[in-house]
Design a protein around this ligand. Structure first.
Ligand SMILES: [Zn+2]
Length: 97
């Protein structure tokens, strides 16, 4: 049982020395791993955003002021047939220049 502990300690020292010897390489590996992780996260966020857009885009409606096409559920509805992409467009339309 004592020998096992000695072997374990020696192994730990060897691992520690190896880690110390190759700390630069290890740091580089860690950096690469972190970069890959962040890239994967960014990719996932992008996918989520695309999915979100697909969910939000129902029938498209034409902004009565600027003519921009916007999903109906995001457009501001005025009356039965008038849609506006933003409140700004609605205000501009309400106040003719
Ligand atoms: Zn508009």
């Amino acid at each position: 049982m004592k020998e096992a502990i000695v072997i374990l300690v020696v192994l730990l020292i060897l691992v520690g020395l190896t880690a110390f010897r190759y700390r630069k390489q290890l740091m580089a590996m860690v950096n690469v791993w972190r970069m890959l992780k962040s890239m994967r996260q960014a990719g996932r966020q992008r996918e989520d955003r695309i999915e979100g857009d697909n969910k939000a885009s129902g029938p498209l409606v034409n902004c009565a002021k600027c003519g921009k096409w916007v999903p109906e559920d995001r457009a501001i509805k005025l009356g039965r047939t008038s849609f506006y992409c933003t409140a700004g467009c609605m205000e501009k339309s309400a106040k003719p220049a």
